[in-house]
Design a binder for this molecule. Structure first.
Ligand code: 9D3
Length: 243
């Protein structure tokens, strides 16, 4: 997969050179390039923003550098590129979106900044606006890195053990159970006894119960009651007797 990122802060993307994405780059599974939006301006000041029509605070990113960047990065005869625009107004990025993007041959990620981006970028470039969540960032660069990280790890061969990625599509939709490793006691905190015994059925039931308990406490929105077993539902009713 080819990924082009366009930003006024290209140096922010060194974070993508480490870990799983970095290895994917090295191994040629993801061809990721970062481009300075200002390289697609033509004026002496390399201006990428201007005052908003209609007035109001802040600056708006000009359309022309984005259009020229996408033109330059879309090879004629090459695979049709999907163009993304990071934006607080976008659809919320989630795992199904990452799975959809991972099937693309070429992604171009445009990073917004300032108060916003001229609306013609979304309309004229067919750019899909994507937000990463309901909190305010200072710009789209971190959002772009989140999107690229979540997408690249789904490319076949990128994550070392293919089974861990496969397993994700079969997960319960619950939060994970607590994990422990050695030592068995640290600063007075002990590993739960059930994990030390090697009784696999007991361990499986304990972990399932912990998953249900945590999900109910922290992410009740994730619980699909109809998808649970009678035993699961009974456990959950113990946790939340009034529910
Ligand atoms: C507080 C300013 N807002 C209303 C006047 C508008 C605003 C503009 C630009 C708020 C944030 C930003 C910068 N954020 C992004 O470009 C962004 C973002 C985000 O803030 N949260 C989650 N996902 C994303 S994707 C891009």
């Amino acid at each position: 997969m080819r990924i082009d990122i366009v930003s006024i802060f290209p140096e922010a993307f060194t974070a993508l050179d480490v870990s799983v994405v970095g290895r994917a780059k090295e191994r040629g599974l993801a061809d990721i390039a970062v481009h300075d939006l200002r390289d697609y301006t033509h004026d002496r000041h390399r201006q990428v923003d201007d005052v908003p029509y209609g007035g109001g605070p802040g600056m708006v990113m000009k359309p022309e550098p984005f259009f020229e960047a996408v033109d330059a990065l879309t090879r004629p005869g090459g695979p049709a590129a999907r163009v993304l625009l990071t934006s607080p107004q976008g659809r919320r990025f989630d795992q199904p979106t990452a799975e959809r993007l991972a099937r693309a041959a070429h992604l171009i990620v445009l990073c917004g900044r300032y108060e916003g981006v001229d609306e013609r970028v979304a309309i004229g470039l067919g750019a899909e606006e994507i937000s990463i969540g309901d909190y305010i960032l200072t710009g789209g660069e971190l959002a772009a890195m989140v999107i690229v990280d979540a997408t690249v790890r789904l490319i076949p061969g990128v994550v070392g053990d293919e089974r861990s990625v496969e397993a994700e599509s079969f997960t319960s939709g619950l939060l994970d159970y607590p994990h422990y490793t050695r030592p068995v006691e640290y600063r007075g905190l002990r590993v739960p006894e059930v994990l030390l015994g090697g009784h696999h059925e007991q361990i499986r039931r304990w972990r399932r119960r912990e998953q249900l308990r945590r999900t109910l406490a922290r992410r009740p929105d994730l619980i699909v009651w109809d998808a649970l077993s009678d035993e699961d539902r009974a456990w959950l009713r113990e946790e939340a007797p009034e529910g």
